[in-house]
Design a protein around this ligand. Structure first.
Ligand code: ADP
Ligand code: MG
Length: 176
């Protein structure tokens, strides 16, 4: 079950954090968010904005080498990275299902390999460098997968409206 994608564009790291902060009120305990995109795309920046808006006060840093970070927000925020394929099994060893069942919010900076091993109920956030001529621009595509997130598509669209480009039908979704 998939809803159509939501497409946005930001022009700075602070804008990406602000977009992520706007998504935070839509996030519920037990939610999974998959962050996709090349190194330097802004996956960690997105989690920083999200976490800050969820009440995390300590600095949120890339978990590339620590593998997993847990932040005492409400709900608890878990920040995982499976940049190295070998980390995939380690993530499974962490008990992803348990983290979600316990009411945590799990964000994973991922390689494509992670999709088959996670629940098929998640929000995919894909960040890409839009254009080499505008190195601080990022296209951010939100793709709700599964019933948990498809039900929230409209709320998400409203949350990211200030940065919206178009939806799948090519319709403008920017507020009037
Ligand atoms: P990733 O986790 O995907 O490897 P990071 O969030 O660690 O990426 O780094 C993104 C880098 O890109 C940061 O240095 C940030 O300042 C820079 N940047 C420039 N423009 C943007 C933007 N619009 N959104 C996010 N990051 C941006
Ligand atoms: Mg990162």
């Amino acid at each position: 079950m998939q809803a159509s994608r939501l497409v946005a564009r930001t022009g700075s790291v602070d804008e990406t954090r602000a977009l992520a902060a706007s998504v935070a009120p839509s996030v519920r305990p037990g939610d999974l968010l998959l962050l996709a995109g090349d190194l330097g795309a802004g996956k960690t920046a997105f989690v920083q904005g999200l976490g800050r808006a969820m009440g995390v006060t300590e600095p949120i840093t890339s978990p590339t080498f620590t593998l997993a970070q847990r932040y005492d927000s409400d709900p608890i925020l878990h920040h995982l990275d499976v940049y190295r394929l070998s980390q995939l099994n380690e993530v499974l060893d962490l008990g992803l299902g348990e983290l979600l069942d316990d009411g945590g919010v799990v964000t994973i900076e991922w390689g494509d390999a992670v999709v088959p091993v996670v629940p098929s109920d998640y929000l995919e956030v894909r960040l890409t460098l839009a254009d080499v001529a505008t190195p601080d621009d990022r296209e951010i595509v939100l793709r709700p997968v599964g019933p948990r997130w498809t039900a929230r598509r409209r709320v998400l669209a409203e949350a990211i409206a200030p940065w919206a480009v178009k939806d799948d039908d090519g319709e403008g979704v920017a507020p009037c």
